[in-house]
Design a protein around this ligand. Structure first.
Ligand code: 5AD
Ligand code: FES
Length: 353
């Protein structure tokens, strides 16, 4: 197994069979070795610095009905909210003071926010915070829409592909959504010039090792700037509320594998990881992640953005979340960085020498 890990370290890719074996190994020593090599790579690129992104969950209305998601439109238990432009700007102001230089606007797929409304919000943030990155995470749109938001000042876009296998995709989503369109959106975003983030849930219902290998190979093709992965966690009131949650060790292993495949990719240690283990986010960093995404949403709405059950940090003020994470990172020898933390593609790096 060490030979496979070393080859992944050196060549940044494995064949399907080797990926499969690595994903299925449970040997504690092999896993520790994998984490160590991945950590080496992130240390080389980022030192002991961790980037922070301020997450603003601005609407939990959603027109989609993904079977896993707590804010799916059919979930009658969800108490719906929308933040006004002023609310959103206040989150940014608060975040800026706390040292955030990236604002992530995330929401359900909510048509109430028309293109005009979104453009107005994006351009206002752009005008007020010239030194900040604006990241959107608002689902599948057309090329023209993505382009308009880019022109208004958005720099980055997060759209997890969820699973690269179209059959598996169909098991996670109703028939009006397709994996092909979702993947296509990611290529559009990259074409326009966004730093694009893909990703998937680890241990989602019906996910096989082969599916995960396909996810890795899809990422290799896409070459995203960011990869968001976290364990699947059942959400009350969804068709998947009785399924088992994703596995901690498999999630950590995947963080390491992704770090070895893409040495300088932005790799968050997610809230979902922090939800399934009290030190999940620290373990994620020790496995090669280099980003944390504390919540900047107003405390009044936090509990309503429940993508899954028992989500952490829903009672804390942004400042508390920020200092909590800073303390957690310090304890394991890392520091939070006040910086936009842009992605620099390896191709450019190679050119720059
Ligand atoms: N468990 C874990 N992650 C989830 N997401 C949605 N529902 C769940 C869940 N039940 C993830 C999806 C989505 C991101 C915003 O949150 O991958 O893209
Ligand atoms: Fe909203 Fe899945 S239910 S994106």
């Amino acid at each position: 197994m060490r030979e496979i890990i070393d080859r992944l370290y050196n060549e940044r890719i494995l064949n399907q069979e080797e990926f499969g074996r690595l994903l299925e190994t449970t040997d504690e020593f092999d896993m520790q070795y994998l984490f160590k090599r991945a950590r080496e790579v992130s240390k080389k690129h980022f030192g002991n610095k961790i980037y922070i992104r301020g997450l603003i969950e601005f609407t939990n209305y959603c027109r989609n009905d993904c079977y896993y998601c707590g804010i799916r439109k059919s979930n009658r238990n969800t108490d719906r909210y929308r933040l006004s432009k002023d609310d959103i700007l206040k989150c940014c102001e608060n975040g800026y003071e706390l040292g955030f230089r990236t604002f992530v606007l995330q929401g359900g797929d909510d048509p109430w926010y028309s293109d005009e409304k979104l453009i107005d919000i994006i351009s206002d943030i752009r005008a007020k915070y010239a030194d900040c990155a604006i990241t959107l995470s608002i689902g599948e749109k057309t090329f023209a829409q993505y382009e308009k938001f880019f022109r208004a000042g958005a720099d980055r876009y997060l759209l997890r592909h969820e699973t690269a296998d179209s059959e598996h995709y169909k098991k996670l989503h109703p028939s009006d959504m397709s994996g092909e369109n979702r993947k296509d959106c990611l290529f559009k975003l990259k074409d326009i010039g966004y730093q694009a983030g893909a990703g998937f849930m680890v241990g989602s219902p019906y996910q096989s090792t082969e599916n995960v290998v396909e996810d890795l190979l899809f990422l290799k093709k896409l070459k995203p700037a960011m990869v968001g992965i976290g364990p699947f966690i059942p959400a009350a009131g969804t068709p998947f509320d009785q399924f088992e949650r994703g596995d901690l060790n498999l999630t950590l292993k995947l963080l390491s594998i992704i770090r070895l495949m893409f040495s300088n990719v932005l790799l968050p240690s997610t809230t979902a990881l922090g939800t399934i283990h009290p030190y999940g986010r620290e373990l994620g960093i020790m496995a090669g992640a280099n980003v944390v995404m504390p919540n900047l949403s107003p405390t009044s709405v936090r509990k309503k953005y429940m993508l899954y059950d028992n989500k952490i940090c829903t009672g804390d003020e942004a400042a508390e979340c920020r200092s909590c994470l800073e303390g957690r990172m310090k304890k394991i020898g890392y520091e939070i960085m006040v910086d936009r933390g842009d992605f620099h593609s390896e191709e450019n790096e190679a050119k720059e020498g």
